[in-house]
Design a protein around this ligand. Structure first.
Ligand SMILES: C[S@@+](CC[C@H](N)C(=O)[O-])C[C@H]1O[C@@H](n2cnc3c(N)ncnc32)[C@H](O)[C@@H]1O
Length: 245
């Protein structure tokens, strides 16, 4: 990816260049104008549930993760701008995978209704070891929404002959490793990338967090641009990508 393919709305920006086809831009995605069109967007946005003030529930200390949350009141606008931005940078036959917890699923589905995306699949990711709860069921699933721009033209590489929309994929725990706290397993992202792209295709993750999507794209021979507002997470990204810190 050549530098002139990226245009910023303002100022000097911080870019981690892995090679000519893989880079991470540290900025708010809303400030980034890309001149190239993507084959796929993968977005696992902040939860909009005041996650940082609820760290006790997750048995975590505030310094355990580096994460920019969106206030509840701003969440509908944030998701709306994420969808609009993504629709603009996607090719006409492109697909978007949007990850959501159940708490704000209503907000996300109604934002999708206000776009020109078609909701092709609503997949469930079932994971193990949800956070223990006393007076409600333990949450151990996420939603993965597959959106396309054009219902007649999109890439769909079926992972198996009988491919169901409930995916049982384990979260990986790394004892003693300081993770970003909300990292997705590679296997989950790999399944999305495999389904909606071919080798050499171009993937964008506008809220890339610890860099899972980048690592998966490097492994699978896809080009990738990631965007992350929180530059403090760069050391975790470098560790995950096997780069020097
Ligand atoms: C749920 S995390 C993504 C986790 C990621 N899928 C992974 O496996 O590590 C969401 C990320 O979005 C980032 N973020 C929040 N607002 C943003 C914005 N406006 N632009 C870019 N990134 C943003 C947060 O700092 C956080 O790292």
């Amino acid at each position: 990816m050549r530098r002139r393919l990226i245009k910023f709305k303002r100022g000097k920006e911080n870019i981690l260049n892995l090679d000519s086809h893989h880079k991470i831009i540290f900025d708010d995605f809303r400030n980034v104008n890309l001149k190239v069109k993507a084959d796929m967007i993968f977005a696992d946005p902040p939860f909009g549930i005041d996650f940082m003030s609820n760290l006790g529930t997750y048995h975590r200390k505030p310094d355990a993760l580096s994460y920019i949350e969106i206030p509840r009141v701003d969440y509908p606008n944030f998701i709306h701008s994420l969808l609009k931005w993504s629709h603009n940078v996607l090719k006409d036959n492109g697909s978007m995978w949007l990850v959501s917890g159940w708490n704000n699923l209503g907000v996300i589905l109604s934002a999708i209704d206000q776009t020109n995306f078609l909701l092709l699949n609503h997949c469930i990711w079932k994971y193990q070891f949800g956070v223990y709860t006393k007076r409600r069921f333990t949450t151990s699933h996420y939603h993965l929404l597959l959106l396309v721009k054009n219902e007649k033209r999109y890439i769909f590489n079926k992972p198996e002959h009988y491919a169901e929309d409930v995916w049982d994929i384990k979260r990986t725990y790394q004892h003693g490793v300081k993770t970003a706290g909300n990292e997705l397993p590679d296997e989950l992202v790999e399944r999305c990338v495999y389904t909606s792209t071919n080798k050499g295709d171009f993937v964008i993750d506008p809220v890339i967090g610890s860099g899972t999507t980048m690592r998966v794209c490097c492994k699978m021979g896809r080009r990738c641009i990631g965007i992350e507002k929180n530059s403090k997470i760069s050391s975790r990204i470098k560790t995950k990508l096997g780069l020097k810190n």
